[in-house]
Design a protein around this ligand. Sequence first.
Ligand SMILES: Nc1ncnc2c1ncn2[C@@H]1O[C@H](COP(=O)(O)OP(=O)(O)O)[C@@H](O)[C@H]1O
Ligand SMILES: O=P(O)(O)OC[C@H]1O[C@](O)(COP(=O)(O)O)[C@@H](O)[C@@H]1O
Ligand SMILES: [Mg+2]
Length: 494
Amino acid sequence: MADKEAIEKMLDSQELDDREDMDGQNHPESILKSSKTMREIVVDDQKDSYSKILVPGSDREAFGSCPMIRDWANVGEYPSPLQATGNVSNFVSNHETVLVDIVAHKENETVSREFVRAGPREFIAFHPKTVKACIVTCGGLCPGLNTVVREIFFTLEKRYGVEEIYGIPYGYKGFHSKKLQIRKLTKRLVDTIHYKGGTFLGSSRGGHDTQLITDCIERYGFRHVYIIGGDGTHRGALKIYEEIRRRGLKVALVGVPKTIDNDVPLIDKSFGFDTAVEESQRAIRSAVVEAKSGIHGIGLVKLMGRHAGWICVYGTLSNRDVDICLVPEVPFELEGPRGLYQTIHDCIKAKGRCVIVVAEGAGMDHMQTGKEVERDPSGNVKLADIGLFLKAGINAWFSYNKIEVNLKYIDPTYMIRTVPPNGGDSLTCAILAQNAVHGAMAGFSGFSAGLINTHNVLIPIETLNNTKPKTIHEGSRMWQRVLDSTGQPSLRSH
Ligand SMILES: Nc1ncnc2c1ncn2[C@@H]1O[C@H](COP(=O)(O)OP(=O)(O)O)[C@@H](O)[C@H]1O
Ligand SMILES: O=P(O)(O)OC[C@H]1O[C@](O)(COP(=O)(O)O)[C@@H](O)[C@@H]1O
Ligand SMILES: [Mg+2]
């Protein structure tokens, strides 16, 4: 039987669970059971080559649990329509968790954080016919946004039989701006959007208003709210989630973390990052070709990375012809015998050329002194252009020292985030989106879908927001790989 037919048949046979409209806490035991206290997973206590992993079950406020709507509103319990079309062994129990800290040492006990495992549940909290869902994309662009939107749509529509799915235009503003139109999404509208870069829904910075957004959610009767965005978006999402709880609304608020900078904490990698790195190769290769072809050629490439230099690091390590990599986390000096300019000079003397990759947030201590800080509508600090600054500084230094150089500056900033996702990122987007929907259908709320240690999890947004962004550490093996590949010195006199 076709998926759709099987789902329809199953849904038609289901009465609306009256718990959905009841007061009181009459919840199914199967879903409710709370976890034990300190749980010990002894991987193998016979062999001392295995480690003992302790999961701190007693402190499950932050880890190992995920908020559920039934904590503040009544929801029902229905057999999942996936029972009619899927393999039942694919269902995930609410008691399954994924460990975060998996590197162990046999001499020590490893205490790991854990998150609820994502995936389809055998029983769901919403009758799909009662679900009105909306999807919004916020903040900067990232390859794969459209793929996430499309997959949320099709998972809701095809797998669960949800009929009303809406697109919120241009980010948070779209919930309340009179100039913007919320529109119903259809298969025809979203069918081919994954082949394109950008976001079909539009995006924006600024415009977050917790009360107006929650009013809109209430007015439309949205039961699922899917919010795709980065750190700023998630700060905004947490406020909406708290307001939803305060008002006692039966709403699953779900995040999908997005950022080209790859600094979202806890998760393995953010979607679109690999595509951006791949796209950065075109710019870096051009810089290498230019540097190799000119007399004392210098290729300078500026890439994105406001507070974290992951694109530069991965771009550098992929290319392997880069001589100097500059990231926001690792300060460098310009002048002096170990400074940047002298290092470029040494590199040119040794190789006849020098290729430099710089993150937009690197070297800010050289530029923003004394100036008033400018902010974008979301409150992010507007950075001065380190690429242009270095271009001018390098040219001036060599000119002063009467050494001919040919510097070519390449700034592919927006080009690397506006392309469609590559194959791997497309798959990541699809799986994240599916798990966002499975989590919402199961009645979880206030979480973001993420991949940790290659396993899909539901991360409470509060935890995500309270965890430090993932940045590069100077003492790390990753930074050491950069130093090994480039051969660059510390660029500091101390
Ligand atoms: N602290 C905050 N509280 C509420 N909303 C916020 C907050 N920070 C950012 N936002 C909102 O989140 C949206 C996206 O934020 P932004 O920083 O531009 O992008 P990103 O989510 O990619 O980091 C914007 O609409 C912005 O107004
Ligand atoms: O010009 P815009 O749209 O503000 O975007 C620039 C910023 O967006 C980013 O690509 C990603 O930022 P977000 O993840 O916060 O959206 C940064 O690297 C960059 O500084
Ligand atoms: Mg951000």
